[in-house]
Design a protein around this ligand. Structure first.
Ligand SMILES: [Zn+2]
Length: 236
């Protein structure tokens, strides 16, 4: 019967569509991997910048502590030679102030060292991750290439079969089918089961379906969506 070849053609078209989707999904695996790697590289570069800035801060702070210590030590020597009580008081006060200042800066410095250490750790683990991803990518590329090749071969076979089947479908029917396919991606030909179009869900009055059921194998256009409907059971 004419509609049998049309169902065969439609099934091949759906297969080809599915193969296209599978191929796209395979390629997406690579794209996703590369995008994720790029995100990690950006993060790594950010961390490197932060690390650099932090090192400058550390150096400046270390220097300022060193200078304060020198100043404190110089004042200490001065105290030994001072006779004036007022001057002694002022010097002692400055020395105490410097001691407090040095302590505070050293505490800040410890915090910076800790941050620097954490940054180092995060950087090291990111670098290791990036290296691992590099190896992963090579394997993924090989795998995706193999899958895509396999899918292409399957598609080539399906297309050959399609050409043969297409030639066996009545031209007028083929034209209606092709028109429906330009309108919709996916299924456009349905065997009628319930009293509704499986494509759009439209349910027409029962007597219309009864009319269709009197003509098994006839291909009808859904009056709503234009997809094709066939009753494949026994005639009513
Ligand atoms: Zn419909």
């Amino acid at each position: 019967m004419a509609q049998e070849k049309l169902f065969e053609l439609h099934s091949l078209d759906l297969t080809l569509l599915d193969l296209d989707r599978q191929t796209a999904a395979q390629k997406k695996r690579l794209v996703t991997h590369r995008e994720n790697t790029l995100l990690r590289q950006k993060r790594r570069d950010q961390l490197k910048d932060q690390h650099k800035t932090l090192q400058v801060e550390v150096k400046q702070l270390e220097l300022s502590i060193e200078q304060a210590k020198q100043r404190k030590s110089a004042l200490g020597h001065k105290v030994e030679r001072v006779i004036n009580v007022r001057e002694l008081e002022a010097l002692t006060k400055e020395i105490t102030g410097l001691g407090v200042e040095i302590e505070a800066r050293e505490e800040t410095l410890l915090g910076l060292y800790e941050r620097s250490e954490k940054l180092d750790q995060e950087l090291a683990s990111l670098e290791a991750d990036l290296q691992r991803r590099g190896g992963e990518l090579s394997r993924l590329e090989v795998d995706v290439a193999a899958q895509v090749k396999l899918l292409a071969e399957t598609a080539a076979t399906a297309r050959q079969a399609r050409t043969l089947v297409e030639a066996q479908v009545e031209p007028a029917l083929l034209a209606r089918y092709s028109r429906a396919r330009t309108k919709y991606e996916g299924a456009v030909l349905f065997a009628i089961r319930d009293n509704s179009c499986e494509g759009c869900g439209l349910s027409a009055p029962g007597y219309e379906w009864n009319r269709i059921r009197q003509n098994p194998g006839n291909v009808y256009d859904c009056s709503n969506c234009g997809r094709l409907l066939v009753y494949v059971g026994e005639a009513l």
